[in-house]
Write a protein that binds this ligand. Structure first.
Ligand code: AMP
Length: 527
């Protein structure tokens, strides 16, 4: 099959050819004719399958006839994270380069004024994160009654991040007569229920189950003591022929700590997570994509779906606690016909999470021996003691405010440990215990069978802070509502408060990291 047979216009076909695509991916081949017919779509597809072009190319053709009106966009694309929204905006520029359509990217963390100017002038397509879009709506800067095409992308992630109340609210601002395209990486029962609220007689399209395999990614696990993880990682990076790599941590706090530690050890690294200022996030990502930074230490939310050309390595500094995250993480490499390598450091009690992963991907991950870093007996106890010690340090640090002496001491201790324990590169040898690498996620997957019920089970083990807003106690809700709306929205866009996966620490009691300024002021002594 070729693009010419899908019913797209000449200008769009030219843009596709200029992008270097010769054959439509399975989701494109299925979705494009359906979208051009004006039907709703319920698509099960992950990032990496070419779904962005699957909805953007026909959208450009459908909108080609009309004209933009001030503050009344004709198409709305919702994305869960700023990075994904930005990536879709870049795709829109690429695919729409021969069409006169205008587009605005509405994401949090950036100035409102420029976005408002664009809205006033009139745009055909809005690509937005939910929080910022609602802010503009509440300021009277945008009306959604003219939206003909509504795209909800990465719906499962939206649900995870607690965006559903916002999405439902946005749904009510849209006209009932419209075309809706709903995409999710998984289609569990709760996702279908949600889709039912937005779609009318949709055509179902499914191109990849939750975990498909690509021979292009060689995967390994490294058993390592919890305390030696950073040293093991450094050795591994030195031993591997790393051109560019993403290192994933489970917690935002660890992203910062690890990035700083790598920089201190002379690596060309930078951090990327949802609590960072948006301008820094954008600049960091740009530098990484241009190859000016070699190693990106990231959280799941910030790096979800990132499309970085020719990424050679993914390192899981922590084993992800949700097995699908493993698939998403390592799928950043081995794309577009290139080979990639993915390493997972397994320490302490990570075994149970690793088991969930191997069950999901239906294959074992070969163990690679990194000499000097074997996972010792009794490691779990050592880990627990280590974690207790760290927690103790953190409490001390909090009492003294951010960057207090407690934290410095922790840094000193780690530095000393790094110096004393670091094995020389020549000491370390790596021998894959299994010759043929396991592999995962084919970026351009053929349609495959649906995941089993077990694999699709929705996550029910949410902690109190993970629960959607409507489930939380009234007092907790009203505390949130007391905050300025804009600040709340901005945090939501960053995934800061709501993304429970990035923040698995116990709830902070009392003032936490925040120390009121008056407590830090030196007291004046009465003379
Ligand atoms: P997506 O799933 O939309 O994030 O796309 C994943 C990657 O596939 C992006 O780098 C696209 O540029 C690329 N891509 C999309 N469609 C095609 C195609 N038909 N042929 C080759 N590459 C494609």
């Amino acid at each position: 099959m070729d693009f010419e047979s899908l019913g797209l216009s000449e200008p769009v076909l030219k843009a596709v050819a200029d992008a270097g695509y010769s054959t439509p991916t399975p989701i494109q081949a299925q979705a494009i004719p359906i979208v051009l017919m004006g039907r709703d779509v319920l698509g099960t597809a992950q990032t990496g399958t070419g779904k962005t072009a699957g909805f953007t190319l026909p959208l450009i053709d459908i909108l080609a006839g009309g004209r933009a009106r001030a503050r009344m966009p004709r198409a709305l694309i919702l994305e869960p994270t700023r990075e994904l929204a930005d990536q879709v905006a870049q795709s829109f520029d690429k695919y729409g380069k021969n069409s006169p359509l205008s587009m605005a990217l509405l994401i949090g963390g950036v100035n409102y004024t420029e976005q408002e100017k664009l809205l006033d002038r009139g745009v055909d397509v809005l690509i937005a994160t939910p929080g910022r879009l609602i802010d503009h709506f509440e300021r009277g800067k945008v009306m959604l009654t003219g939206v003909q095409i509504f795209v909800i992308d990465e719906a499962d992630r939206m649900l995870d991040m607690g965006f559903m109340p916002d999405i439902e609210r946005i749904g009510k601002m849209l006209p009932p007569l419209r075309q809706t395209l709903f995409f999710s990486a998984t289609m569990a029962a709760d996702m279908r229920k949600l889709a039912d609220k937005f779609l009318s007689n949709p055509k179902e399209i499914e191109v990849a189950r939750q975990a498909t395999t690509a021979e292009s990614i060689a995967q390994f696990q490294i058993q390592v003591s919890h305390r030696l993880k950073r040293e093991a990682l450094r050795t591994l990076i030195r031993n591997e022929d790393v051109k560019n790599a993403i290192i994933f941590c489970n917690r935002k706090r660890d992203v910062d700590i690890l990035a700083k530690s790598l920089i201190r050890h002379g690596f060309d690294a930078a951090a990327l997570h949802g609590d960072m200022d948006q301008s820094v996030r954008t600049a960091t990502l740009e530098k990484f994509k241009k190859g000016e930074i070699g190693i990106l230490v990231a959280s799941d939310v910030a790096a979800r779906g990132l499309d970085v050309q020719g990424l050679t390595h993914v390192f899981n500094f922590d084993v992800p606690t949700h097995p699908e995250d493993y698939v998403h993480r390592i799928g950043r490499t081995g794309r577009a016909g290139m080979n990639g390598r993915a390493f997972t450091l397994v320490a302490g009690e990570d075994g149970k999470y690793l088991q969930q992963i191997t069950r999901l991907i239906q294959r074992d991950i070969p163990v690679m021996e990194l000499q000097g870093f074997t996972h010792e007996e009794g490691d779990a106890a050592a880990t627990a003691a280590d974690e207790r010690a760290e927690r103790g340090d953190r409490k001390e640090g909090r009492g003294r405010g951010r960057g207090g002496r407690g934290r410095d001491r922790e840094g000193d201790r780690n530095r000393a440990r790094d110096r004393s324990r670091e094995p020389r590169a020549s000491d370390a040898s790596m021998e894959p215990a299994v010759a043929s690498p396991a592999s995962i996620e084919q970026p351009m997957a053929e349609p495959v069978e649906v995941a089993s019920q077990e694999e699709r089970k929705p996550r029910r083990d949410r902690s109190r802070r993970d629960r959607p807003q409507q489930d939380r106690p009234r007092q907790e809700r009203s505390e949130q509502q007391d905050q300025p709306r804009e600040a709340r929205r901005d945090r939501n866009d960053r995934g800061g408060r709501r993304d429970h996966r990035e923040d698995r620490e116990p709830p902070v009691i009392g003032m936490g990291d925040h120390v009121p300024e008056f407590l830090l002021r030196p007291s004046r002594r009465a003379s």
